[in-house]
Design a protein around this ligand. Sequence first.
Ligand code: NOJ
Ligand code: CA
Length: 841
Amino acid sequence: MLSFKPEQFYPEAIARIESVFGIRRLTLFLLFLSAGCNGGGSNPPPPPQSFLLSASPSSLLVSQTATSVPVTLTATPVNGFTGSVNVTISGLPNGVNSSTSSTFTLAAGASQMVTFMVGPSVARANYPVTFSGSSGSPSSSAAVTLTVSGAPLRTTTGNFKQQVIYQIVTDRFFDGDPTNNDPPQSKGLFDATKTNWQLYWGGDLAGIQQKMAYLAGMGITAIWISPSVDNINVAAIFNGAPFAPYHGYWARDMKRTEEHFGDVNNTWTAFDNMVTAAHQNGIRVIVDFAPNHSNPNDAGEMGALLDTGQPFASYSNDPGPPNNLFHHNPTIANFNDPYQLQYYTLVDLADLNQDNASIDKYLKDSLLQFQSHGVDAFRIDAVKHATWGWEYSFANAAFTAGPTFLFGEWFQGGTTDTLYFDSHKFANHSGMSLLDFPLASAMRDVFANNGDFHEIDNTVTQENIDFSSPNDLVTFFDNHDIPRLLSVNNNQNRLNEALALLLACRGIPVVLYGDEQYLHNDTNGGNDPYNRLWMSSFDTSTTAYKLIDLMANLRQTNPALAYGTSLQRWINADVYILERQFFGDVALIAVNKSETTSYNITGLFTALSPSSYTDYLNGLLGGFGITVANGSGNNPVTAFSLPPHTVAVWQSAPAATAPQIGSIGPLLGQSRISATIAGEGFGATAGKVVFGSTSFAASSWSDTTVTFPVPGVTPGSYNVQLTTNSGATSNTVSFTVLTGPLIPVTFTVNNAPSTAAGEAIFLTGNVVELGANSTTLDAAVGPMLAPNPPTWFIDASVPAGITIQFLFAKIAANGTVTMEPGPVHTYTVPSSGVGSVTVNW
Ligand code: NOJ
Ligand code: CA
């Protein structure tokens, strides 16, 4: 092929053009000529000179207060380009600085390294950053996604209220390590086609680690992963079909990692790597832990349990009572019977006897091992089915080991549930918070089943009365056990609205993986296992993804969400306007879930100061601004119309002018355990903790978080407050000092008096742990259980090594008390292990 140089044909013209236009325009002119000449059969002009700007890597994950890895920016010459390129960086949020100035020059063929320094208060999000290069006319740009994650975490905390939790079924999230998909010791439990919903599909801990940027960009600050312990290696065969423990609830060894999630040797390596990566990006790790049972007693490995690879507990060859490691009772038939719930078998799951010293130690050691691997918090499976009293000592073991947060799964329908009273009694006294099932069912009724917003409002109001720390309830509307909201009602607007309210509402919100991708499979109504779908996309541009990010960031910047009160400001069946307030911090969220109807919102009042407020969501769900006038604190909002399917959030979080406590955690514990106080305005310089009438220095002090060891004071309930370095005093919060570390003791009383319907025998005693001699339904321990009346028994957690005095009482539902005449019983609690004591009434 002939090659032509245009200047051979047009020398004069070129000389003239160069002098008039300058060399760069020449390129264009040559382009024009070459285009014209081609058709005429002359030599084509040379291709235009230009450059290509490229950036590598094209995505960056950087935590607040850190500097990114360098992006290498290269201007690759095209067709002999020799000029220099002017580069401009755009898209960096305030608080992120680049190592170069925002415009710089790059010579043709050269590369420039650019790093980004992220300040402490840059919102967690994905930022599209563009490098635009130009050299006269030729231009080229390169795009980079900068994901800002939270500052690296160095310690665990007793305050979880500011978190937004993302729930992951590890097997169904992302396959980060295909080598562990079909491990030899459990071969055949993997289905590469992802069509058998009861087999493993390949997701693993490495996969979660590899998706850290996706999570951080969504503002997520905590992940709850399905149980990661080693599960049975042999499928359970039911009706001829294999069921693999991909969900993690069928443990065979609670001290090792499942080989499908980690490695063939069941080591902790993949787990540790994932935790390190999460902490590096300001994301806390919550492990799902199941102390109620091992695995099916009728299939697979028949309930057997190993301890770090060694045979430990055999369901089919269990010693007889009282040395039994398992309960061998029928399947739970009556889910309102506390004895059946705790001591019978949940479906066919080999039910562990937590009052057995070996099982007690095994479960506590396993939990503590997770803590030693950096786990920040635990979701405790099926707390309604494990021994309630024992669970107090289980929680206490965790708090004794270090700061953590525990929340249990107490499945119930609502605040009228038969055992609702027992649920809040458990939450208020065990140290363990609960998943908020009553609110979940209200939200599902409202957003999926067209219910009335009063149902949500009534539930929140009732629970806020009954639970001592409602802001610690863990809230959700979807989980891995119930059909996804979109399977019940395939309406993405409703899902967005439910998410917005969940993230604004009191309690610590959980987003089920995939909800941000509008994931659902409606086979069999979307019931388990069809709610445990494969996470098919990681799209960061969905409305739900952006919404979660905005609301998660608001939880970090406006303490009203984490610590505030809840006040319904305007309501009808379709509209809910909820106000959260923490001292001067206010957030007002308005939701209209109607498909068709706009509502005129008149007579709305707020604690927001007189001013104009823009929609914090920037119109993402159709919101707009409002104007607030002066009403001496109860400030009127100028009437507005709220269109169908609209959510707006108006908020203000002025700097605190005084120390304000929003959280203490745990709510109870013995001397020397670490407690965490959180809030705002504590000041940078350490002040003092005032604990009842004792005041002392904290172990750590920042403007928002103070930690301290519980002092050695007389057990009981105390008001705790802070005084700042400049002498200002905060509000108070309540903490109960226990007598000592707890161990479980089975109390049995023979010959108890007969009880009528609504009456039961309770235990009370002279220590805080036994209600400090109180005989109220809430403070006394019980109701005790009577599978063989007139003998009653209960497992209660009491202070180790202490001699206690106790009595029994018959208490009626209306509170009427018939006290055991006495004399008072005495028992010296063992200093470790478990105990039991039997007396006659
Ligand atoms: C509740 C869990 O969420 C569920 O998925 C599991 O099967 C049962 N507990 C038994 O562990
Ligand atoms: Ca895998």
